[in-house]
Design a protein around this ligand. Structure first.
Ligand code: SF4
Ligand code: SF4
Ligand code: SF4
Length: 203
């Protein structure tokens, strides 16, 4: 995966990896790359469209993606304090230059609309403290419906806290990007397999 646009390609000077973390990262990268390939192969074999976001979703409270990458030290305080367990250390999602910085995993969980905990514990300024109201007006992404993969169950629309999803005449989801805040509840709830029929693109 290419490092993110506009960012230099070296490891962030602020993320210092111990030998142990480096070995853990190398192991995680070695596992994640074949896993992503296997998912794409399974999707194709099932006649579904593989999903590959252009930008993975960051924690809330960032100023810009560049500022986040330049200031995050990879301390993982946000990861450990997240009550939803939706944050995890990145492997290749941001490009190797920013491995170990926190990334949202909406296949594993979602970001609760009323929660701002990570933004209030970050010691480096990578995340600015948000109030609940500020968070609701600071989207971190937007949902993208993949109709080719959809079985029309309507689960995404029923869980969306923003009421940003409606089902069209064919009973396929349509996302209102003005209302969507990128919380990931729809992606997490979507039962379509082997690939989801809705995912969140980071901004
Ligand atoms: S806002 Fe809360 S639920 Fe969302 S990522 Fe941060 S700590 Fe987790
Ligand atoms: S708490 Fe802040 S500095 Fe630490 S990993 Fe999270 S975003 Fe990065
Ligand atoms: S990410 Fe999905 S569930 Fe969350 S606000 Fe957007 S459409 Fe609704």
């Amino acid at each position: 995966m290419e490092p993110e646009e506009g960012l230099n390609q070296q490891q962030s000077p602020r993320v210092k990896l111990s030998r142990r973390s480096f070995l853990a990262l190398a192991g995680a990268v070695a596992l994640s790359v074949p896993l992503m390939k296997a998912e794409a192969v399974a999707a194709k074999a099932a006649g579904k469209k593989p999903i590959k976001p252009k930008h993975y979703v960051t924690p809330p409270g960032i100023k810009t993606r560049k500022h986040f990458h330049e200031h995050c030290t990879g301390c993982h305080l946000c990861v450990s304090k997240c009550p939803q367990k939706v944050l995890r250390p990145a492997t290749t999602q941001y490009g190797l230059a920013y491995a170990m910085q926190p990334v949202k995993d909406y296949d594993a969980s979602y970001c609760r609309a009323g929660c701002t905990r990570c933004t209030n514990v970050c010691p480096s300024g990578a995340l600015r403290p948000l109030t609940r109201d500020q968070k609701l007006h600071s989207p971190v992404g937007y949902a993208v419906a993949v109709h080719e993969n959809c079985m029309g169950c309507g689960e995404c629309a029923s869980v969306c806290p923003q009421k940003a999803i409606t089902m069209n005449k064919e009973w396929l989801p349509v996302v209102n990007h003005i209302l969507c805040i990128g919380c990931g509840a729809c992606q997490y709830a979507c039962p379509a397999r082997p690939v989801k029929a809705i995912y969140v693109e980071g901004i």
